[in-house]
Design a protein around this ligand. Structure first.
Ligand SMILES: NC(=O)c1ccc[n+]([C@@H]2O[C@H](COP(=O)([O-])OP(=O)(O)OC[C@H]3O[C@@H](n4cnc5c(N)ncnc54)[C@H](O)[C@@H]3O)[C@@H](O)[C@H]2O)c1
Length: 270
């Protein structure tokens, strides 16, 4: 009998962004591992999930309505939904979906997450400037809820500048909640992907041409990741195999940040 170190059989998992890209790969793999998957997205969900639920993270009422459709207690939350920012989306909408809505959904689901449960959110290598911008990120995180978080972003457009700030804030949120949630037996982590070939990549190429993006951000093995190469480490983070892992921002970039941190490569993100 093979040993199952992930232990997802029968686990109730909520996956946002389940319609596409990394969230889609995550939802499908969790279903294949025997989990009961609730897929939440603003788009129609194709992966084979237990229940597909409409969610618009821009609207607090939609978050509330989506969570009402999730039954009982939950084992794991995967926050995969996100917007790429300019030029397609305003800085405000990007911050609301990527961190204000993510945090609201997480905090509202938390009372139903079991002891031993776990939360994993997708941030980005684009958030690696968090340590240099900690004061601003924490000022935002001091807001208690959806309305005040959104109002803070509206009042500080020079700080809440869209994708980079929203991804820094996911890292700050993860770090700040880890010890408190540990007391309740719940883990929280995030994952920073390198460029990954999902539908979002087309939007990134509108911000920066492909050649420049590859030069500055591509993993040193010389290719982008696949959605599955992000979904699987995310699944590992929320699994039983990671039961002593909490408060971690896992860079999944095949050595990109390692190069930046030891100054083998310049960074536009610090
Ligand atoms: N693709 C990359 O290179 C890359 C790199 C680093 C981080 N990321 C992050 O990875 C995560 C997954 O993105 P992806 O690359 O799989 O892109 P994707 O566009 O394929 O998936 C994003 C999902 O979020 C959903 N979404 C968008 N707005 C929403 C809203 N208002 N309410 C609910 N759902 C909404 C979309 O419908 C989509 O299913 C995102 O948080 C993204 O910022 C992506």
């Amino acid at each position: 009998m093979p040993i199952d170190i992930l232990k997802y059989e029968g686990k109730r998992c909520v996956v946002t962004g389940a319609a596409s890209g990394m969230g889609g790969a995550c939802a499908q793999t969790l279903s294949d591992l025997g989990a009961e998957v609730y897929g939440l997205d603003v788009q129609n969900i194709k992966p084979d999930v237990h229940r597909a639920i409409q969610l618009d993270l821009l609207q607090e009422s939609s978050i509330d309505a989506a969570l009402e459709q999730v039954d009982g207690e939950v084992d794991c939350l995967f926050n995969c939904a996100g917007l790429p920012g300019a030029p397609r989306f305003s800085a405000l909408d990007t911050c609301v979906v990527n961190i204000v809505g993510l945090r609201d959904l997480t905090e509202k689901l938390l009372p139903r997450i079991k002891r031993g449960g776990a939360i994993a959110s997708i941030t980005s290598v684009a958030g690696m400037g968090y340590p240099n911008n900690r004061e601003n990120v924490h000022a935002f995180l001091d807001t208690p809820d959806f309305a005040s978080g959104k109002a803070w972003c509206e009042a500080h457009p020079e700080i809440a500048n869209g994708y980079l700030f929203s991804k820094q804030a996911i890292i700050g949120y993860t770090y700040r909640r880890a010890a408190e949630l540990g007391e309740r037996g719940i883990r929280i982590n995030c994952l920073s992907p390198a460029p990954t070939d999902t539908p979002m990549m087309e939007a990134f190429h509108e911000q920066m041409p492909k050649e420049a993006m590859d030069e500055h951000f591509q993993a040193p093995i010389g290719r982008n990741a696949t959605p599955e190469e992000m979904a699987e480490p995310l699944i590992l983070l929320n699994s039983e195999a990671s039961r002593f892992v909490s408060g971690v921002n896992l860079f999944v970039d095949h050595g990109y940040t390692a190069q930046v941190f030891c100054e083998q490569r310049p960074s536009l993100l610090l």
